[in-house]
Ligand binder design. Sequence first.
Ligand SMILES: [Cu+2]
Length: 150
Amino acid sequence: MTTARQWLALTIAFLLVLIGTTLLLPIPWLDDRTVIQELTETPEKTFHLVTVEYEGEAEGKEIEAYRWDPGFITVNQGDKVNLVLHGVNGREHRFSLKEFGISGVVRKGKTARVSFVADKPGTYQLICHDHATADTNGPMIAYIMVLGGN
Ligand SMILES: [Cu+2]
């Protein structure tokens, strides 16, 4: 005969195995990540941006504009975002993303890396202060859209 106490022990053992497997097995609809990974790891997204220069001519005058390429990035709230900025055109670009306390400079032929956690929804501007407006050969602004939680 199985006693009530033994049933209880068996039930607890079964539940522990069930919970253990659920937490540790890769789940197909979580991109084969485990529940523990899903709960503890911050999703990380890396974007490469290039400094580019557009040139044109109007009324015999040469005109130019610097841009970040790509100029629009979408992430989810809570993502750790890595920006890898490659200096291709333009001698240097002093930039900031002020809502996330980021500033730096990208120089021609060099790479600058910055990271932040996108902890608040909204659209933020990665501004190059050397080319911030059309009057200063810009606007060199990349828009970073952080989508709110689900
Ligand atoms: Cu610039």
